[in-house]
Design a protein around this ligand. Structure first.
Ligand code: EPZ
Length: 430
């Protein structure tokens, strides 16, 4: 199993190209199930989760053609992938596939809307919390679907003539359930109004793609989204938006190691709250043409308290990385996680590097230390593992991160991007 070896202490200087967003690419790929025409997605990141979803979609009858990789001047790869689902080959998403990636559960929306039925395995538990699916069940039931749980699967059946538009307000904000409702309601009869919708940029990206496919959607990016159903959708060409979590991660890395890095191909407005927190911690962050410039001062990190919230609040997917940054702050900070109940697995691993963190319920108290020391650590989930990489970059000596397959799910060519900016990071394949 691969490991990543980091020798910390170097400042980061140079350009880091930001990839297309994993969490936008996945629902966009799933939207290809809604049409018999070709959906072409540009700027699709090359990640294990994308490859996994390609296999899953293949099982449902989606033909996939990758245009080959094209290297850009800044060295980033972006792939253009064509997805064509002439006919749905199978409306069942089996346990073996869904259990590997929660987002694959989202096929329930398009399958139900296009084929009138779907049988999708419950995704099961996950390392960061219980992550139930009640909101998906309630939302699709509001559109007239019969939803039944049987043998670990959800059997969903649309009424004769298809799903019916309705008003439905989520009791809690869910990114995935909003994606699914958008896709399902696009092909429903009549108008759907979703209340308390997720406002994440990835929801807006999916809505824009669906609109390009012929859907009638307004209000994406606000809490109320209105969808006027259409009888069918066509193909489209759509560019995946930049990855705001990757952007924030590298910005925090620079804030921690010190240095001067331009994050290219990204957009500062995708992560205002996180940028504000990084600035308060002492780094200089500014919008520059085609990206963001971050100047970090390494040793002069100020303590900042954050609370994770749905967009536009501080993203839970940057919580672990920000905690990494705070381990070196000059004082005490607090990080409160409100989205997932068990997203603190990085705490004990950061402690191995010398961090002083105590947990009390959903809040971590971080007492900044003047230095971290490299150590062997273990990746536990995607974002937790990259927080260990960031901390390793700022630690003295060698940090060895094992179980890096978690990182490969969501960070495209991490070692290469960091090495180009002066970090000592290498992948060791055993
Ligand atoms: C998306 O997950 C992201 N995944 C997550 O990123 C991200 O952490 C999360 O949104 C929150 O921003 C993708 O986009 C692929 P939710 P999702 O439904 O949609 C509860 C990463 O590291 N809930 O918004 O699954 C749920 O348990 C991943 O890239 C219900 O109670 O998250 C959680 O507490 C990790 N019932 C909260 O809502 C439901 O039916 C928000 O989850 C559904 C969700």
């Amino acid at each position: 199993m691969d490991r990543i070896r980091i020798v910390g202490g170097n400042a980061l200087n140079g350009i880091i190209p930001i990839s297309g967003a994993k969490n936008a690419a996945l629902p966009l790929m799933i939207a290809s199930l809604l049409t018999s025409d070709t959906l072409t997605l540009e700027n699709v990141p090359h990640l294990a989760d994308v490859e996994g979803l390609i296999r899953i979609l293949g099982n449902h009858g989606v033909d996939i053609a990758v245009n080959g990789r094209r290297e850009h001047q800044d060295g980033s790869y972006s792939r253009t992938i064509h997805f064509t689902c002439r006919t749905v080959a199978d409306t069942t998403a089996p346990y073996e596939l869904v259990s590997k990636m929660r987002a694959s559960f989202w096929v329930i929306g398009p399958l139900l809307a296009r084929e009138g039925q779907a049988r999708v395995s419950l995704p099961g538990g996950c390392a960061i919390g219980t992550r139930p699916v009640d909101l998906f069940i309630e939302g699709l039931a509001a559109l007239g679907a019969e939803m039944e749980i049987d043998g670990g699967y959800i059997n969903a059946k649309a009424p004769k003539g298809g799903l019916i538009g309705a008003r439905y307000t989520f009791p809690k904000v869910s990114v995935g359930a909003t994606h699914v409702m958008l896709m399902a309601a696009s092909l429903a009869r009549g108008t759907t109004v979703i209340g308390n919708a997720a406002r994440e940029p990835e929801v807006v990206d999916l809505a824009n793609c669906l609109i390009a496919m012929g859907a009638k959607i307004s209000g994406a990016g606000t809490s109320t989204i209105t969808i006027e159903g259409v009888p069918s959708l066509s193909g489209a060409r759509h560019r995946v938006l930049p990855d705001r979590i990757e952007t924030g991660t590298y910005a925090m890395a620079v804030a921690m190691t010190g240095g001067d890095v331009t994050l290219s191909g990204t957009d500062i407005t995708l992560l205002d709250t996180a940028i504000e927190a990084i600035r308060r911690a002492g780094a200089e962050v500014s919008a520059v043409e085609g990206g963001i410039r971050v100047i970090g001062h390494g040793d002069q990190i100020r303590p900042v308290d954050i609370v994770t919230e749905p967009f536009p609040g501080f993203p839970t997917d940057l919580q672990a990385q920000f905690m990494g940054l705070m381990t070196r702050a000059n004082g005490v900070s607090h990080v409160t996680e409100t989205i997932f109940e068990n997203r603190f697995m990085h705490v004990q691993e950061l402690a191995r590097l010398g961090a002083k963190i105590t947990l009390s319920g959903q809040t971590a108290r971080i007492e900044g230390v003047s230095r971290l020391r490299g150590a062997p650590v273990m990746a536990t989930d995607l974002r937790a593992s990259v927080s260990l990489v960031i901390a390793g970059l700022a630690a003295e000596g060698e940090t060895m991160v094992s179980r890096v397959y978690h990182l490969d799910r969501g960070f495209e060519r991490l070692e290469e991007k960091l090495t180009r900016c002066g970090a000592i990071v290498e992948r060791i394949s055993d």
